[in-house]
Design a protein around this ligand. Sequence first.
Ligand SMILES: [Zn+2]
Length: 376
Amino acid sequence: MKYCTRCVQPDSRPGIFLNADGICSACVGHDEKIASIDWGERQRDLHIIIDELRKKRRGAYDCIVPVSGGKDSTYQTHKVKELGLRPLCVTYKTPLRTPLGQENLDNLVKTLGMDLLELTVSPETERKFIEKAIREVGDCGLPQHMGIFSFTLRTAVQMDIPLIIWGENSTLEYGGTEAQRNNPFLDRKWAMEHGCLKDRIAEDWVDENLTREEMEPFRFPDDDHFARAKVSSLFLGHFYKWDPVENARVSQSLGFKPNPDGPVMGIYDFADVDCQLITFHHYPKWYKFGMTRTFDNVSVEIRNGRMSREEGVEWIRKNGDDRPPELHLAGIANFLGKEVQDLFAMIEPFRNKDIWKKDDNNRWYIPDYIVPDAQF
Ligand SMILES: [Zn+2]
């Protein structure tokens, strides 16, 4: 395994390639963004698109903003209101929302004066789907991702709302305004390309234990139906520089609260605070790619010039393996009717043996790990 010589990303992470100088594709992309993107021009484009769309308003709302209870939810909603739009917020209630996540969502509704539509799925369906997602793709967060995508798309169709405004676009981020304009109809293909659904739609998860009826809340609208509804989508991250620290600053000025006890995971006290499942969603990347949330957060800080690589490596020395908080592990295990050790046993098959080796004491280690002699 090799690491970027500028940030700390390993080349085992999907989408990361090191160039001849040992610099990763994310760092190269960041430099290009800084050099080439005219944010003022993009924001002028956004106003033109929005003016056009507002003329097509068909009901009480101009657009939908999908929210959770995280810092980006408050930031996104605030930005959309600033643009002069009247949004409807929609959320998929995860079964393990934290009290702080609920408080921040309540604050968003109250402080920004929002209407919020919330979908709660039967806990028994959630329990079965989450366990299956962990066992089959090593990701307890997949049901929530599928739930928010499908609920948002279906609400847009059913309530005749012409626009969905997403936040960060992890696959298309900063790429292809033209492509989005030329093909503004967000459909199933788009959602699949988003990556977090692992190329499976709701129907693919049906089995003798999880019925078609139970999976109904996770089903996307039919492509034809969706195209006829003429729902467009935008990513705010395409028009505004997406920086977690800056987003958190704006959100906190509007009453968003970070975790009072410091970072839940990684290095930010404002991230991953809204749901217990999110930390165990991130954690299997340690087994799959030998990296964790700390690697991602530290890399963003280095690229933005707020941290040296040495400081970043020091964070990794202390917290590279980034185990989810015991409170979260206990909460998830309890919800699934299991023990905490069962959770780890369920993700063990996803450990990548090209990355992980066993030492003489039968302990797993990563040869050439960024911190020499680290013990996990
Ligand atoms: Zn890098």
